[in-house]
Design a protein around this ligand. Structure first.
Ligand code: GUN
Length: 287
């Protein structure tokens, strides 16, 4: 039987609608408008597309959007000064510094200079520690979006075998923490994992977050398993540019019970969760 397609685009629209309703109530009831500041250093084309899209959707849900575009040769001091200003700006409830940063900037130093309560990416070391010890934190947007889709599809994932392929700080590690928090049995696989296909074949849930186009194939998937594809890879095929995930959609969809498409799966959920995190940060800041 063909897999159920998990429609991230529709789910994200629903989440944004709920955020917009809440923002409306905050504005009319309390005179508070949540604000999100996005900082982009340099002009990486993919980052520019993401930042534009984040700004547009922030405004669409009724929040204030503050965009700061800095030149690629911005000094660390100037960037840290801007973050300090945003940390102290009461109109700004969430701060996102788009990654990757140019090489001369220390990414850890920059991220850890954001006030943890405004760190809507959930990348600050305090938020990482809070999440891994099961305390209230800001949760990274992409893994949060994946978890929401899994909960929506399965109800509960308690006791399920989950394999996360990829160990990045942005997706793999926080994804594993979230799955563990929901009582799944979690394996983190990566480039050095021995016999990756065999490891993946044990999984009821596969989260592919390796950044390699179409690496996970149907032959690796346990029949009926759920495949969450975090990859966004641009490839050339038949003379055209095409967006594909880290899973080979065609072969995986023949075996899986459910699968997220690329585009239209995890991607839209990431921005919806960023807006939800900004709303959460605003609510926490205002008691
Ligand atoms: N670059 C790619 N994904 C992300 C993300 O989730 N947050 C930030 N800040 N930068 C990114």
């Amino acid at each position: 039987m063909a897999a159920t397609v998990i429609d991230g685009k529709a789910f994200a629209a629903k989440v944004r609608g709920q955020v917009a309703e809440h923002v409306d109530r905050l504005k009319s009831g309390h005179g508070i408008t949540p604000g999100l500041a996005v900082v982009l250093v340099g002009s990486d084309p993919a980052s520019e597309v993401y930042v534009r899209s984040k700004g547009k959707m922030t405004v669409e849900v009724g929040m204030k959007s503050f965009e700061h575009k800095l030149s690629a040769d911005t000094s660390e001091k100037d960037l840290l000064d801007l973050i300090d200003k945003l940390n102290n700006d009461p109109e700004v409830h969430g701060i996102l510094v788009q990654l990757p940063l140019p090489d001369h900037l220390d990414e850890d130093l920059v991220i850890n200079s954001i006030t943890p309560a405004k760190d809507v990416d959930g990348f600050h070391i305090s938020n990482v520690g809070l999440l891994s010890t099961g305390q209230k934190s800001m949760v990274p947007c992409t893994p949060l979006g994946c978890l929401m889709m899994l909960r929506d599809h399965h109800g509960s994932i308690s006791g399920m075998d989950a394999v996360v392929i990829g160990r990045s700080n942005i997706v793999g590690k926080p994804m594993a923490q979230l799955l563990l928090r929901d009582s799944a049995t979690v394996t983190i696989a990566h480039s050095r994992t021995k016999d990756l296909p065999e490891v993946v074949r044990r999984a009821d849930i596969v989260v592919a977050a390796v950044g390699r186009p179409e690496m996970v194939i149907g032959d690796w998937i346990k029949p009926g398993a759920t495949v969450i594809d975090v990859g966004i890879n641009r490839i050339e095929r038949d003379g055209k540019t095409k967006l594909v995930g880290d899973a080979d959609y065609e072969s995986c969809a023949k075996v899986a019970g459910a699968i997220t498409p690329v585009p239209g799966g995890v991607g839209p959920m990431t921005i919806a969760c960023l807006l939800a995190n900004t709303l959460t940060a605003c609510c926490r800041a205002n008691g």
